[in-house]
Design a protein. Sequence first.
Length: 220
Amino acid sequence: MKGGERPIIVWDVPTRLFHWLVVALVIAAYVTLELNWMDMHAWIGEAVLALVLFRLLWGFLGSDTALFSRFIKAPGVAIRHLAHLFRREPDHQIGHNPAGGWMVLLLLFLLLGETLSGLYVANDVADDGPFTEIVPASVADAITRLHAIFWYALLAAITLHVAAILVYWIAKRQNLVLPMITGRKSLPAGAPLPRLGTVLRAAILLTASVLAVAALATYS
């Protein structure tokens, strides 16, 4: 550790669990799609939707570094940050950097669109989605096509996200993955400690999200 720095917790347990569970579930969604295990694919989609709803709530009621108001900056700020993308410099960012914040929003939007559109999907392999019968066939077909578009857009965004992490690691010597595993970063001694949300609050928000998805999935 460099002199004058100390390890502090920047990512809380709920945020880290959300991140890695979504990673695992998106991989599982890809595998089940390729294997044509559509019932399991649908269950995975519902689990992702519950996690995304939780993350949206956590973005307003969670820890400082999880709050949208803290890490969503003006587009110009993100562009100026990217102008220094290949400059080697220490990582003193508490939470997401300005460009990373917009990537978080993009990924959440695509995950939400993919999972919500999945509730409408009907095909020859799986059962109809829970809302398929309440919309005209032409609308259901359009939403089914949109579901595929969201999927490929999500894969493209994930590829860009991984590429950015590699660029930060190689060009800037900044490891963005390890803090999302341990929760800790080495920051200047004077860096403020982020306020952390409680596990109880996270559990309540997750329970509410799961119940909401269960109600949507069983709607008829």
